[in-house]
Design a protein around this ligand. Structure first.
Ligand code: GCB
Length: 606
């Protein structure tokens, strides 16, 4: 990259931050788990503040003083203090507040979180606060001063705090606010629970003054015998040497960064074992700068399309998938840990999957990394969901900033094969313009993967379905959601429907299915019985097998999940019941239908 381009990207980063509502953030530092870090997870004191009172304390001058000052007057009996973190209730971080405290189950608004921690500033070290995610808006205060603000509930952010941390006790306050807003991404209406809080891990990360902040190491699609990419170091005033070491491949190469800390790399790689679902091979990669090492596990593969086929490493592959929300098995809270990820992903494996659609927002890094080790390919998505404000430049900047953060975090993961820019967005010129810009941005950042969106189907004549969406010209798949037999007729309609497509691209059904309450048995014509759902899956699969160019499917959805639009008492009880597995982990009858279909496919391909 030339100097001008680098300057442009920095200006662009700041501009994007500003328009999207972000403030004070530092460009993302990737691979956080393999850096020196101090955990700030655990119990935080919390003040629930529906009236947004905490912005100022009326007893103090100037008026801008507020809860974030974290002042403790409890020893001063003559001062009337109307808040006190010290004696407040706690919430666990990472986690949502809705499932931790019954009074907060429906709460949408502000909670002030406070953590004290000890620190000893070190010379020759820089320090950054890292938040895996705060839903939806996080405003961060250190020792009483605002240091940053982030918008978007599912992407990481960091703030440099070198020189701001004190010797001894430090006070960290986060105002987490999950109020829904019309112009936000997502907008006010979704079909998942609006879990609030500091929902992902928080760390204090220490780095050398000059450190490797970001890197991209992939297999070249055009020449799969070569690794290519770049390294971005941070804090250097002059050119530096970075050593790349991949012991198993006997690769050891030193490259020089330019004055902006950037270096491109291109390395021939012989005898590479490619990453596949059957053999999810990862290589240890060590990057060395001034004796400091950062390590990662990276796999290499290519993903492409040819006509109506999807090719993994040049070979046709059918994406046997399932959609997943980021919710724990058992109590349906926001999933955060690796063990949560392993339970969900093992269920997907049990069903015969080689692929998961992580709906409808970027899931936590544990999920993507665990899937990579288990041989599950991933569709990763931003929450551009249903009808958002297509004409609002701030809404666009917000969506783009979430996209950029998602790609930045996960661009080295071999299993991520599809970036998705949207879900079920009704057609209009403004929407096409908005989504096309997101597609272009995706390709500009990463041209090694496929780009998709979950589009919508159309019935052009009775029984003839297609997708007539100009977006299908821009993206790599004809990917769409369809609910024939649930929202569109009953299951017998599946027998009468045929599909045709004008565009010759791989067809991918990103959602289908219907609801059933576990243990609710009865006539297969009755909604919400396991028998209805089972019959719907049998008929849907017959219909899918008649689709020309079908290259993958992700039924909706692996597990029942919380949704405040699902009100039928004793059936839904605020759960979307389209899970193939109940919220308590019991397999429904339809689970075994999908499992058989996928395992038969595996057998046939042998
Ligand atoms: C959809 C949405 C998904 C919903 C699902 C449903 O089309 O993409 O978020 O949960 O339908 O159950 O209605």
């Amino acid at each position: 990259m030339k100097k001008r381009v680098i300057l442009f990207s920095l200006v662009f980063f700041n501009l994007l931050q500003f328009v999207s509502g972000n403030d004070g953030l530092y460009p993302q530092i990737i691979n956080i788990q393999n850096r020196e870090q101090i955990s700030l997870n655990g119990l935080w004191r919390t003040i629930v503040d529906p009236l947004e009172d905490g912005y100022y304390d009326y007893r103090l001058e100037p008026k801008k003083e507020g809860y974030f000052k974290d002042i403790d007057y409890s020893n001063n009996r003559t001062f009337l203090q109307e808040y006190n973190f010290e004696t407040e209730k706690t919430l666990y971080v990472p986690g949502d507040w809705n499932t931790q405290r019954p009074q907060l189950y429906y709460y949408e608004g502000t909670v002030w979180y406070r953590k004290h921690f000890d620190y000893t500033p070190k010379t020759n070290k820089r320090a950054f606060l890292y938040f895996g995610a705060v839903n939806y808006e996080g405003i961060v205060y250190l020792n009483g001063e605002k240091i940053g603000q982030h918008i978007g509930g599912f992407t990481p952010f960091n703030i440099e705090v070198t020189g701001l941390l004190k010797q001894g006790k430090n006070s960290l306050v986060v105002k987490a606010d999950n109020k829904r807003k019309a112009e936000a991404v997502p907008t006010v209406n979704t079909d998942w629970w609006n879990f609030g809080g500091i929902t992902r891990h928080v760390y204090l990360v220490e780095t050398p003054n000059t450190f490797i902040r970001d890197y991209y190491i992939q297999l070249d699609k055009a020449n799969p015998k070569e690794l290519f990419g770049w390294i971005q170091i941070d804090g250097a005033q002059s050119s530096q040497q970075v050593n790349i070491d991949i012991p198993e491949l006997k690769i050891n190469k030193t490259i020089n960064t330019n004055a902006q800390g950037y270096a491109e790399l291109r390395i021939p790689a012989k005898n590479l074992v490619l990453w596949t679902p059957e053999n999810p091979k990862l290589y240890e990669i060590n990057l060395l700068l001034n004796g400091e090492r950062i390590s990662d596990q990276i796999g290499f593969r290519t993903i492409s399309t040819q006509g109506t086929d999807i090719l993994l490493n040049g070979k046709k592959v059918f994406l046997r998938g399932v959609c997943i929300h980021e919710e724990t098995a058992g109590n349906s809270a926001r999933a955060v840990n690796e063990s949560d990820a392993l339970t969900l992903l093992n269920w997907a494996k049990e069903m015969g999957c080689n692929f998961v659609r992580l709906a409808h927002y970027p899931h936590n890094e544990n999920m993507v990394r665990a899937a990579e080790r288990m041989g599950l390919m991933v569709w990763s998505e931003i929450p551009v969901y249903w009808t958002i404000h297509w004409n609002n430049p701030a809404t666009y900047a917000n969506a783009e900033s979430q996209l950029v953060d998602m790609i930045t975090r996960d661009k080295n993961r071999a299993n991520v094969v599809i970036w998705s820019v949207a879900n079920e967005t009704p057609l209009s010129d403004e929407r096409l313009n908005f989504l096309s810009r997101l597609v272009d941005k995706t390709r500009e950042m990463d041209n090694t993967r496929l780009v998709a969106a979950a589009m919508e189907k159309e019935e052009i004549r009775p029984g003839v379905m297609t997708v007539h969406d100009p977006l299908s010209e821009k993206i790599d798949l004809i990917s769409f959601n369809q609910y024939v037999g649930w929202y569109d007729g009953t299951w017998e309609k599946c027998d009468r429907v045929n599909w045709q497509f004008d565009v010759k691209k791989p067809v991918f059904i990103s959602e289908f299915g219907g609801g059933a309450l576990i243990g609710h048995h009865g006539d297969r014509n009755h909604y919400f019985t396991e028998e209805y759902q089972e019959e719907l899956y049998i008929r849907t699969i017959n219909m899918l097998e008649r689709i020309p160019g079908l290259s993958g499917t992700t039924p909706w959805i692996l597990k029942d999940f919380r949704s405040s639009r699902r009100h039928v008492p004793d059936i839904q009880d605020e759960f979307n019941r389209k899970g193939l597995i109940s919220d308590k982990g019991e397999r429904k009858k339809a689970f075994y239908i999908m499992q058989k279909w996928y395992f038969d496919m595996i057998q046939r391909s042998k």
